[in-house]
Design a protein around this ligand. Structure first.
Ligand code: ZN
Length: 203
């Protein structure tokens, strides 16, 4: 199983990090070792002093495919979830400045929180799902999938030009505005259309 992540897919988040609006989706991968096991905490790694949460809608692939046309992309996933793309922002900034790959800042052990998946048929419209992240019961990020710069079907088309999508692969579709630093003892809880999807403690 692999995790394909999309960067810069919400306009307001691009602005908060003063990034350029890309002309194509920004992609990076996380290995399966990045996944936090169920009910385990997120442990702040020793190599960073600035770990950020990024809440993101997840898409789980249920059919193998390559060169998938966007008009058929909906056949390749049947469930939607929510997760956190934990990011070592200080390390990422260093790597970005040097033009180096982001993996050490984005794909380290524990960098992928994956919540419960829900059948996509339970949503009226997948491109109109509200989601939010609460830190210690206070809302820190709110998003709606209608604000994606590239919609899910377009992402599947684009990603599958480069990477064969396999059953069980997960796409992290990008974060809305409001990312911020975590601190020990924080509890981060994600809600997908008002349904709790995960709760993770920071250590
Ligand atoms: Zn992200």
């Amino acid at each position: 199983m692999k995790i394909i992540c999309v960067g810069r897919n919400y306009g307001a988040h691009i602005e908060e990090l003063a990034n350029q609006r890309p002309s194509e989706p920004v992609l990076f991968l996380k290995p399966d070792s990045a996944v936090i096991l169920k009910n385990n905490p997120f442990i702040i790694p020793t190599f960073s002093n600035d770990i950020h949460f990024e809440v993101e809608v997840l898409v789980k692939i249920n059919k193998i495919g390559k060169h998938i046309d966007r008009t058929f992309a909906h056949n390749y996933y049947d469930s939607i979830g929510l997760g956190i793309d934990f990011t070592a922002r200080d390390l990422q900034s260093t790597l970005k400045a040097k033009g180096l790959p982001w993996e050490r800042a984005k794909a380290f052990d524990g960098s992928a929180q994956i919540g419960n998946f829900v059948s996509k048929s339970s949503f009226e419209e997948v491109q109109n799902i509200e989601f939010r992240l609460e830190r210690n019961n206070e809302v820190v990020q709110v998003g709606n999938t209608k604000d994606m710069l590239w919609q899910i079907d377009e992402l599947i088309e684009y990603i599958s030009k480069y990477f064969t999508l396999k059953i069980g692969d997960i796409i992290f579709t990008g974060t809305p505005a409001g990312v911020g630093r975590v601190a020990p003892q924080d509890v981060l809880t994600g809600y997908l259309a008002d349904l709790e999807s995960f709760s993770v403690k920071i250590k």
